[in-house]
Design a protein around this ligand. Structure first.
Ligand code: V47
Length: 354
């Protein structure tokens, strides 16, 4: 173990076996190792943004076992917003001071490609200063397949229509066997990575997620992180890594053993240690709860996402996030836990330090 600790302290390249072995360290040691890396990168600052999530349709041609959001037997409530509805949401949110809209939809094969893309141009025309983070690699793959276009063609259309960066959704777990079981038919791991590679090569930034705490093993998580580390070494295009804790409600994935609080904190700490080349680790309060997100700051996390205003994907599966979180609450939670709240923009430029 001493050897492993000094490997981490000397910033040596960790293997999958090293990553798995990190879980055998006690939580305090892991917290210290991850906390030091965080402290060196960000001091006591914890970032957040004032953002709005919009999920314009839940009609989906794919079936992911973990998903409670898409309209199906367990959620028989299909909807699709029209562009005016989406614009009206952005108008209201703009008055609330958002700097970012985060737009993610299901894979709706009835609305047409223009429904997906034109809305970005409309938002950009009316709100040139709002950053549009939209379309996961899973949606890009869906659009490319559905409309017989290449990834490059879709990505360029996104840029032409005003998309600024890509969210990290759809990564789930890269291990092909687990992926095949939990979300067969959706973008492959290689496809997800290739879409982000091409997006980064166009000079654009994106995030990367990992869905954990379901049927995957520790080894699968480390393999996932290492595939991201390798791509980041090649492109440098990832802004943040976001471990998403599996929410158990209203879905078809049968999970026997859930991740304990310690396992969750260890996973966050290990991600900080392995993904040194990704600057920001986001503790997504939506899936971890705010309490654990606050604690995660001691285990390497330096970003808490944002105010969100409305959230449908995880709240459909039980998360307490349907109505976002008040700015004042978020700031107080960070400050009262001994960190400095810093409002950032979507590219991590500092906007306001509290
Ligand atoms: O890709 C679906 C996940 C993701 C469940 O880039 C679930 O800044 C837990 O990607 N339990 C969408 N997770 C959310 C997402 C995201 C969120 C916040 C910030 C960013 C960013 C990206 O939600 C999906 C999927 O992996 N998800 N169902 C569930 N039951």
């Amino acid at each position: 173990m001493k050897e492993l600790i000094s490997k981490v302290e000397n910033n040596e390249l960790l293997t999958i076996a090293d990553g798995v072995a990190l879980y055998d360290l006690d939580i305090y040691t892991l917290g210290k190792l991850a906390g030091t890396i965080r402290e060196n990168l960000h001091g006591r600052k914890s970032y957040f943004n004032i953002n709005r999530h919009i999920n314009p349709t839940n009609i989906c041609k794919d079936i992911c076992k973990f998903c409670a959001y898409s309209a199906n037997r367990k959620n028989p409530n299909p909807y699709t917003m029209n562009h005016d509805e989406i614009l009206n949401i952005v108008r209201t949110s703009s008055e609330n001071g958002i700097t970012e809209v985060h737009i993610v939809s299901a894979h709706n094969d009835e609305v047409g490609i223009n429904w997906y893309l034109d809305i970005f141009k409309k938002i950009k025309n009316e709100f040139p200063n709002i950053h549009i983070k939209a379309l996961t690699a899973a949606e890009v793959h869906f659009l490319a397949t559905q409309y017989n276009l290449s990834y490059a063609e879709i990505l360029n259309m996104m840029i032409e229509n005003g998309v600024d960066s890509m969210p990290g959704g759809g990564a789930e777990i890269f291990d092909e066997t687990v992926r095949d079981y939990i979300c067969k038919g959706k973008v492959s791991s290689a496809g997800w990575l290739e879409i982000h590679r091409q997006w980064h090569k166009l000079g654009k930034k994106s995030n990367a997620t990992m869905l954990f705490g379901h049927i995957e093993t520790r080894e699968h998580r480390i393999d996932h992180m290492i595939r991201l580390r390798d791509l980041q070494n090649e492109t440098g295009g990832f802004n943040a890594f976001i471990p998403l804790l599996y929410q158990t409600g209203n879905n078809y994935l049968k999970v026997k053993e859930f991740a304990t609080g310690v396992e969750i904190l260890k996973t966050i700490a290990i991600s900080r240690i392995i993904l040194r080349n990704i600057k920001n680790i986001k503790a997504y309060w939506v899936t971890s709860t705010t309490n654990l997100a606050i604690l995660s700051q001691e285990f390497g996390a330096n970003d808490l996402d944002g105010t969100i205003e409305r959230e449908s994907i995880n709240s459909s599966a039980g998360a307490d996030s349907r109505n976002g979180i008040a700015l004042k609450t978020l700031v107080e939670l960070i400050r009262d836990s001994g960190f400095q709240p810093v409002e950032r923009d979507s590219l991590y430029n500092e906007l306001k330090a509290y």
